[in-house]
Design a protein around this ligand. Structure first.
Ligand code: ZN
Ligand code: ZN
Length: 298
């Protein structure tokens, strides 16, 4: 549990669709007092929560940014493993899911896909049926989507490309602190607006070496994200206490290596000279008077 006035953000997965063990799929844990929110549930989110000792059943809500599968493929694991009667599960109430339009369709169909497992475990393991239930709340505009005991989450629309809609980011407010998660987006004024003066601004990023940037398919991918130079412009205008990267889209081909983290850093420094952290899986940000960065040990 975090101290009652502390807000903590932990990057569970800082990766993208690439199935590497170093960076799991996009997922971020937000802890405020005794509340725990999960933002996106990419590949391996359940494993990362287990590594932190956070029972899957302890999540107060799952918030979704958009419906690319790398952000949602861990949902069945978090949902159904969180229902099991072991110390890592034990959810006996419905999983609360909050997302832009589309959340209901996704969760309805997952319930359909796993109907037989749910039926079997209720009959065989006598698990409480409410624990396998899902309660979904959808939104379609900027605004408060979660508010309880001083913890407030505001959704704001971002721009992930002309046909990748809906796509949202989240601003989390607690005890006078604010953390902002960009979600997947191109350079977007709404991130600057909602990220203004935040204690922590976590942004996605995409890069490729110049020889690869000549390829049309690489240009198409990068156009759905921000380059380090563009992210730097966002940070320079929003001026968070600490800026951090997650969701590293580091593009490569058989002949061209991906850009290094040093490359990402150097390009960001062309437009931003403030505090910046390159995120990694299980890196935590403790937000109090200052923002303290911690790496997971063991
Ligand atoms: Zn993504
Ligand atoms: Zn995406």
């Amino acid at each position: 549990m975090t101290a009652s006035n502390e807000l903590r953000v932990t990057l569970l997965g800082t990766g993208v669709p690439i199935p590497t063990p170093d960076r799991f799929g996009p997922a971020t844990l937000v802890e405020a007092g005794d509340q725990k929110l999960l933002i996106d549930a990419g590949r391996g989110a359940a494993i990362r929560l287990y590594q932190l000792g956070v029972p899957l059943g302890r999540l107060d809500a799952l918030l979704l940014t958009h419906y690319h599968s790398d952000h949602t493929s861990g949902i069945p694991d978090v949902w159904l493993t969180g229902w099991l009667a072991s110390h890592f599960g034990t959810r006996s109430r419905p999983l609360r899911v909050i997302g832009p339009t589309g959340a209901k369709t996704l969760m309805d169909n997952l319930e359909r896909a796993y109907a037989l497992d749910i039926k079997i475990r209720i009959a065989d393991e006598k698990l409480p049926p409410e624990g396998a239930a899902v309660s979904v709340e959808e939104f379609d505009a900027d605004g408060v989507v979660y508010a309880r005991d001083g913890l407030k989450v505001i959704a704001f629309e971002v721009d992930h490309g002309d046909v990748i809609k809906p796509a949202y980011g989240y601003r989390i407010e607690y005890a006078g602190r604010a953390a902002v998660i960009s979600g997947d987006t191109r350079y977007n004024a709404n991130v600057i607006k909602y990220g203004a003066g935040a204690d922590l601004l976590v942004h996605e990023v995409a890069a490729a070496r110049s020889e690869l940037m000549r390829e049309a398919y690489i240009q198409r991918i990068v156009a759905h994200h921000v380059t380090p130079r563009e992210a730097g412009r966002v940070f320079a205008q929003a001026r968070p206490k600490l800026a951090a990267y997650t969701h590293f889209v580091l593009l490569a081909s058989e002949d061209v290596a991906p850009p290094s983290l040093d490359d990402v850093l150097a390009e960001t420094r062309q437009t931003y000279d403030g505090p910046l952290q390159l995120g990694e899986d299980l890196m935590s940000f403790e937000i109090g008077e200052t923002v303290t960065v911690r790496r997971h040990r063991g």
